[in-house]
Ligand binder design. Structure first.
Ligand SMILES: NC(=O)C1=CN([C@@H]2O[C@H](COP(=O)(O)OP(=O)(O)OC[C@H]3O[C@@H](n4cnc5c(N)ncnc54)[C@H](O)[C@@H]3O)[C@@H](O)[C@H]2O)[C@@H](O)CC1
Ligand SMILES: Nc1ncnc2c1ncn2[C@@H]1O[C@H](COP(=O)(O)OP(=O)(O)O)[C@@H](O)[C@H]1O
Ligand SMILES: [Mg+2]
Length: 282
């Protein structure tokens, strides 16, 4: 097993100056699915992060109740009603990266949306599974095996990982986590005070930045948007490094801001994305 500790070098490796001749289509299509009546904020935060991290075209599939909030706070993003299955299927056929789960909730309707997403996503797309959708993975692991794409990234916090693997928090050693991750045949970003990425090839990458100033609801939702935007727009040097850069940046920004802020809110992380990305672009 190769264990890598990430540094700012991973940002300069991935974040490249934009070609003059580029357009929104150059930087990828991201579809984010989630946000029930109760948890609209989660999908708005994820969508904001995807837009501000540079995805070219961003669509938010959510409850109709969230449309006005989305259009008001983030007019760059497009809206579809996640219960309009024909629109959802069409978006799933076009997206480069799909995020499912932030604020999706655990209703029967939500489970149906999760199953449709796994079945209808195009085979070239990456599927990022977070939040409530991780509970569906725990309840119905076969959805992963039969998923239309093999490019699957799970982003659990330690309790969500426990739900999926039955590993209690004190059983979650690197070796045990890796065994469980390999069985799932998915990349896993295991989030906590330390975050470690478990890749399909058996390698791992750890970040030792970030801190308790990130412990506000919505910080993980923001991570999914950054991951999606990075995978949609950056093709070099490879998806492993692109994912690592997204995870690193998500903690690097609050670490910088924590010098003058007791807490760093998820929306503030997103506010600073374009500025910090510019600093590291080469
Ligand atoms: N503004 C919003 O609408 C928000 C909605 N959210 C959504 O709410 C739904 C439920 O997610 P939750 O994560 O709250 O619920 P879960 O039931 O999955 O987990 C919550 C529990 O896990 C614990 N936990 C988390 N990280 C831990 C760690 N590193 N070590 C030990 N314990 C840890 C928490 O303290 C909490 O008790 C998801 O769909 C999520 O996306 C949350 O993201 C919060 C913000
Ligand atoms: N004490 C901490 N030190 C470092 N990172 C933290 C700490 N607390 C939370 N985080 C980070 O914040 C994010 C929380 O994700 P998650 O629990 O899914 O939040 P939510 O679902 O509310 O958006 C993760 O990226 C985690 O690593
Ligand atoms: Mg979460």
């Amino acid at each position: 097993m190769i264990l890598m500790i990430l540094t700012t070098q991973c940002l300069t490796n991935v974040i490249k100056k934009r070609p003059t001749n580029s357009h929104k289509g150059t930087f990828g299509r991201v579809l984010l699915i989630g946000g029930s009546l109760q948890y609209g904020g989660a999908i708005l935060l994820a969508t904001k992060a995807a837009v501000r991290a540079g995805a070219g075209l961003v669509t938010c599939a959510t409850d109709l109740i969230n449309r006005t909030a989305l259009n008001t706070t983030l007019p760059e993003a497009m809206f579809i009603n996640y219960l309009d299955f024909s629109a959802l299927k069409q978006q799933l056929s076009q997206a480069d990266v799909v995020v499912i789960g932030p604020g999706l909730g655990l209703s029967a309707e939500a489970f149906n949306i999760f199953k449709i997403t796994c079945q209808q996503i195009n085979s070239q797309a990456t599927l990022v599974i977070d939040g409530s959708a991780l509970t569906f993975v725990a309840q119905a692991p076969s959805c992963l095996q039969t998923c239309a794409t093999q490019k699957i990234i799970l982003t659990p916090h330690l309790k969500e990982w426990e739900r999926i693997t039955n590993l209690s928090l004190n059983q979650q050693s690197i070796i045990n986590n890796q065994k469980a991750q390999q069985k799932l045949s998915a990349t896993v970003v295991l989030k906590g005070a330390t975050t470690t990425i478990y890749y399909l090839d058996g390698h791992t990458a750890t970040i030792n930045i970030g801190g308790p100033y990130m412990a506000t609801g919505g910080t993980g939702d923001t991570l999914t948007g950054i991951i999606a935007a990075f995978l949609a727009q950056f093709k070099e040097p490879n998806p492993k490094e692109v994912l690592a850069a997204a995870v690193f940046l998500h903690s690097y920004i609050p670490q910088q801001l924590s010098q003058h802020n007791y807490v760093v809110l998820p929306s503030e992380i997103s506010n600073h994305l374009p500025n910090i990305m510019q600093k590291f672009s080469s």
